[in-house]
Design a protein around this ligand. Structure first.
Ligand code: SF4
Length: 430
């Protein structure tokens, strides 16, 4: 084996730790009544989600928006695709207000957005932002007129917009023009490079046009969504270097289950680490009957595990191995994580700072005590053949030892007491 010496004059290699400083952007404010959510301009990275209910069904949509908001979504986008859907947007806003759900609604428009926003002024007013896809607005002069109409409505109601380009609906005339220009290059680019450039050019040129039409520059968010990780990283790195609009990140059509989560995380983590990204959405395809709020949890977990934001106490759990043949620690890790997440709607106001708490649930004596000591509160369960007892560690010190069949309930009660004492009124962290 050859050991590599440190550079001359250094004790060890200079390894940078942590994400790059956030990219400097304008700040866009989403408002409704006297509430606001800020995107970019130094604001924390915002978690977004999108409903999959029929917006023409205001009750089902309001309930799903509420579920997403309760899970932690800070902005919720709803489809506005028909007159029936547009007509119900004010009712959805009102229903949310009645339920005390304080989350801004973004209208997702394609093809007929210009008509819906002009024909349904109460819809235009109830929404806090409009998502516009310039690739789905017709062609030629018609496309320009439709775009202008939407921007005019945004100006009239003082609403920000997201100009959201998507490679599945990229402006075909722009793409054809750029392919044509590319063919005349001495050394033509690969078709994929032209596509990436077309996405960026489409987003920026439409944003500039919106400004020319009177929309303030600080009322524009951009996105360029693609469905492959390397394309997304390349496109956003380029976009970030060419403008100062806040950027909405998301891998479109990420897919189902672990593939969707892994692909989204791989792409977004690289960009977030580079300081790129002001709001994120994880476009997971739910399993049939699956929980739509999964995309919110994944978005939060990406930001929290990267140390960019904290939303809910995190549970560190070992993967288990041949040293523990029982499922007790798996069940405890799962139940305590679920319990902690369920408490957060109340805890986040009652116990400020609790979202940064770390809990460890470990399967045996090998790493159990050490990992538990590093957590705020941890438990080391007995592995196969070990004495059937589970020491609990609080702030690095071993406290009680739990035994018997009610370890889970007793540990949860200890966690509750710890939260009250540390984060409650008069607690150590106040
Ligand atoms: S803590 Fe014990 S049970 Fe868990 S992975 Fe490590 S050795 Fe295996």
């Amino acid at each position: 084996m050859t050991l590599i010496d440190s550079p001359a004059g250094q004790d060890r290699p200079n390894i940078s730790v942590g994400p790059a400083p956030r990219r400097t952007t304008r700040q866009v404010v989403l408002s409704w009544y006297d509430h606001t959510v800020r995107v970019g301009g130094g604001a924390p990275v915002v978690v977004q989600s999108m409903t999959n209910t029929d917006t023409a069904d205001p009750i089902a949509t309001a309930i799903q928006v509420k579920d997403l908001a309760m899970a932690g979504s800070e902005v919720v986008r709803i489809t506005v695709n028909t007159p029936e859907a547009a007509a119900q947007v004010p009712a959805i806003r009102e229903q949310l207000d009645r339920m005390g759900v304080y989350v801004p609604l973004v209208g997702d428009f394609h093809y007929n957005g210009h008509k819906l926003l002009t024909q349904f002024p109460e819809c235009a007013q109830a929404l806090s932002k409009y998502r516009i896809n310039p690739g789905n607005m017709g062609a030629g002069n018609k496309r320009d007129d439709n775009f202008a109409q939407m921007i005019e409505v945004a100006c009239r109601y003082n609403k920000p917009v997201r100009i959201g380009v998507n490679w599945g609906s990229l402006d075909s005339s722009l793409m054809a023009k750029m392919m044509d220009e590319n063919s005349r290059r001495a050394q033509p680019w690969a078709a994929q490079a032209v596509m990436r450039e077309a996405l960026v050019v489409s987003a920026i040129s439409n944003a500039q046009r919106a400004e020319t039409l009177g929309l303030p520059g600080d009322a524009i968010v951009l996105s360029c969504k693609v469905s492959h990780v390397q394309d997304l990283i390349a496109v956003y790195q380029d976009l970030a270097s060419r403008c100062d609009y806040p950027l909405h990140l998301g891998l479109t059509e990420a897919g189902m289950g672990s593939k969707g989560i892994v692909a989204s995380t791989a792409a977004l983590a690289v960009l977030l680490q580079q300081g790129i990204g002001d709001t994120i959405r994880i476009s997971l395809t739910p399993e049939p009957g699956g929980d739509r709020t999964r995309e919110v949890v994944v978005a939060q977990e990406i930001l929290q595990t990267m140390g960019l934001r904290a939303f809910t106490p995190m549970v560190v759990a070992c993967p288990g191995c041949g040293r523990t043949s029982s499922t007790v620690f798996q069940e405890l890790a799962d139940s305590i994580q679920t319990y902690l997440r369920q408490q957060m709607p109340v805890w986040k106001t009652r116990y400020p700072g609790v979202e940064t708490m770390n809990v460890a649930v470990m399967g045996c004596v090998v790493n159990g005590p050490g990992e538990s000591q590093h957590a705020d509160i941890g438990i080391s369960l007995p592995g196969t053949g070990e004495v059937p007892s589970a020491p609990v560690y609080i702030d690095g010190r071993r406290t009680v030892t739990l035994k018997g069949d009610s370890i889970a309930g007793e540990f949860q009660a200890i966690v509750e007491r710890y939260v009250e004492e540390k984060y409650g009124v008069g607690g150590q962290s106040r």
